[in-house]
Write a protein that binds this ligand. Structure first.
Ligand code: HAM
Length: 426
């Protein structure tokens, strides 16, 4: 394709997916490295699970009445006749991995983190994609409300460290298997009374799972859900105490939050605490992250009877609210002259890379002038000239592109100089 040809319209990324290109990816790397560093400080370890899983993992884990399972999964039958799903979320995968490898029998704390792509077939819009990326953390076998508060504090610390200023924390309790059926019955009764005001999908949810009406995105249904009975008025003693302790601990951390009784979250597995951190800067898709407790999932899958809690943060949404300029990369560009210059430049580039300096030799350049022009275009920090004269003398010119200064030395001296006195970005 010639540089003048218009881009082909038929050869584009699948709708709702996108490329993360150089220039953007540096911010992703920065966020991932900040998250990794923080999670390790809190005693978490990385667990990488496959992108494809058996479909039943999500049907059973995420829940059969959720929007994710009823409408949004990328599911296909593979050549072996198995139903496979591109994971829409990560939580059930971690539960499967723990059961499969009996990680619960290991001495290490069951605290895991993960970064990776998730897939949901929803209507794409700003902040909502069909392939998106999550940072996910999960903790198991910790019943104490202290862990609920600690993971909210950890999420807040990550956001604060990245300079996210306008975030608001919402918390709720969705009860447990003892108290939720009573609440669901009350909700069903209420919803039955206003059936005609609800959309067709929500009318169906009255029978299947009235809690899921809270997930509806239709404006008239949202108006109705604001008048629904509050789950916080139906909690059993244990759930009420747990929720009160979570809030006391958040107060101890000095973390502001708002109790939002409509925060049931769009997944069936939650018990007790649910929470979200939202940002006004995000518009309609305002949740930067969401999570909660899921004390029954492991047992429901036939695993050990241990509780779980976690959250997932949407990386696209997080990155869209960040106001960080990643540090420009520092690059040493080798400008070579003649065949021997080219060979030496290759040798030196290896030497400097081993010394930790990003170095580039390009082989498609005609002369020194074009190589200096390239170095300028690439915003290289330094250019090192390697020609026959320099090779004969064993001393080379290093040009600091921002300062416009030039210094001569052996490769060892120049490496030492770069390491001791980094150049200003060009
Ligand atoms: P979720 O609320 O479905 O929870 O997703 C978590 C976060 O992922 C959202 O707050 C949002 O930032 C991002 N997200 C979700 N869907 C999309 C999308 N279509 N496009 C862009 N970003 C999106 C979960 O996934 C649970 N597994 C969280 C959890 C972990 N609960 C317990 N442990």
């Amino acid at each position: 394709m010639s540089p003048e040809a218009p881009p082909r319209k038929d050869l584009t990324a699948v709708k709702g997916t996108h490329d993360i290109r150089p220039g953007e990816v540096e911010l992703w790397q920065k966020v991932e490295s900040a998250a990794r560093g923080l999670f390790e400080l809190y005693g978490y370890r990385e667990l990488r699970a496959p992108v494809i899983e058996p479909t039943e993992l999500f049907e059973k884990g995420t829940g059969e009445t959720t929007d994710i399972v009823t409408k949004e999964m990328y599911t296909f039958v593979d050549k072996g006749g198995r139903s496979i799903t591109l994971r829409p979320e990560y939580t059930p995968s971690v539960v499967r991995a723990i059961i499969e490898h009996r990680l619960d029998l290991k001495p290490e704390p069951l605290r895991f983190y993960y970064f990776g792509p998730m897939f949901r077939y929803d209507k794409p819009q700003k902040g909502r994609y069909r392939q998106f990326h999550q940072i996910d953390i999960e903790v198991f076998n910790e019943k104490d409300p202290a862990i609920d508060a600690e993971i909210i504090e950890m999420a807040s610390a990550l956001l604060a460290g990245l300079g996210v200023g306008d975030a608001e924390t919402l918390v709720n309790s969705v009860g447990c298997r003892a108290c939720r059926p009573g609440y669901s019955a009350a909700l069903r009764n209420h919803a039955e009374g206003i059936r005609d005001e609800l959309c067709a999908d929500c009318r169906r949810k009255i029978e299947t799972n009235p809690l899921r009406i809270f997930d509806c995105k239709v404006e008239s249904c949202r108006v109705e859900t604001a008048r629904f009975p509050k789950i916080t008025d139906s909690l059993c003693e244990e759930c009420r105490t747990h929720f009160a302790q979570v809030r006391t601990l958040l107060d101890l951390y000095g973390l502001p939050y708002r109790v939002d009784p409509s925060l049931v979250r769009g997944l069936d597995y939650y018990t007790k605490t649910t929470f979200e951190i939202v940002s006004r800067g995000l518009g309609a898709q305002s949740a930067l992250l969401g999570g909660g407790r899921y004390d029954d999932m492991m047992r429901d899958f036939g695993g050990p009877d241990i509780c779980g809690i976690g959250f997932a943060m949407g990386l696209e949404r997080l990155i869209s609210v960040l106001d960080i300029t990643p540090e420009p990369r520092r690059l040493l560009y080798f400008a070579w002259l003649g065949e021997s210059g080219r060979t030496k430049a290759v040798e030196f580039a290896r030497f400097f890379r081993r010394g930790g300096v990003a170095s580039l030799v390009e082989f498609n350049q005609k002369n020194l002038r074009s190589q200096f022009a390239r170095a300028n275009k690439l915003a290289a920090s330094w250019v090192c000239v390697v020609g026959e004269d320099e090779i004969a003398r064993g001393r080379f010119q290093l040009k600091d592109m921002a300062a416009g200064t030039q210094i001569e030395g052996t490769p060892e001296e120049l490496l030492d100089l770069i390491r001791r006195k980094p150049a200003d970005p060009a």
